[in-house]
Design a binder for this molecule. Structure first.
Ligand SMILES: CC(C)(COP(=O)(O)OP(=O)(O)OC[C@H]1O[C@@H](n2cnc3c(N)ncnc32)[C@H](O)[C@@H]1OP(=O)(O)O)[C@@H](O)C(=O)NCCC(=O)NCCS
Length: 160
């Protein structure tokens, strides 16, 4: 089922067919700090296998986010962005609000996400730092890591 929310000239929609792949690809590969160099086919597959939300000014896509979920117990919020010229108008917060209120994304034990500097926007929707970080693990594959500059920066911080 496709859902749609409207606020003045802005729309949020879960219609995959409406997504402007070029906008998503361009932002993720050129302007994000986490997905520089992500291949078009990888982005395509990630969108197809997520519940994806497009944010539009009239018919122009200006933002995006996707949710990876089992629709029962957990959800992961990923690839959230609003194009630079549209930031600071409350659209990012509206996108997060709409996603968290989506009727098929209710009753989960946990929502997770990773962010470098946007903690405050998520905090107001109930996100917090990990309560028990010692219980969390991750497995990274250096061969598939994206954003080499970002990871190099993180690595030098870890080592510093
Ligand atoms: C993060 C992002 C989606 C926020 O979108 P936005 O439309 O500018 O957000 P809003 O206008 O709804 O801002 C909501 C609040 O969060 C704050 N905020 C937004 N981005 C922030 C950031 N990176 N760091 C700290 N605070 C931030 C705003 O100051 C605002 O607070 P206010 O209501 O008190 O003024 C957008 O800045 C963006 O695309 N950034 C680049 C990509 C990115 O970092 N994505 C997040 C990955 S987790």
């Amino acid at each position: 089922m496709i859902n749609k929310w409207q606020r003045e000239e802005y729309t949020i929609s879960t219609d995959q067919a409406r997504l402007d792949f070029e906008v998503i690809h361009d932002f993720l590969t050129n302007s994000s700090y986490w997905a520089v160099g992500r291949k078009p086919e990888t982005i395509k597959r990630s969108i197809e296998n997520s519940l994806s939300f497009g944010l539009y000014e009239n018919n122009r896509q200006i933002g995006f986010a996707r949710v990876v979920t089992d629709y029962a117990t957990f959800a992961w919020l990923a690839d959230v962005f609003v194009l630079a010229e549209f930031r600071g108008k409350g659209l990012g917060a509206w996108l997060v609000e709409v996603i968290l209120a989506h009727p098929e994304l209710q009753g989960f034990r946990r929502w997770s996400l990773a962010t470098k500097d946007a903690h405050e926007i998520y905090r107001r929707f109930g996100f917090s730092e990990l309560k028990r970080p010692e219980r969390w693990m991750e497995r990274r594959d250096p061969l598939t890591e994206e954003s080499p500059d970002y990871w190099a920066e993180e690595k030098s911080r870890d080592e510093g």
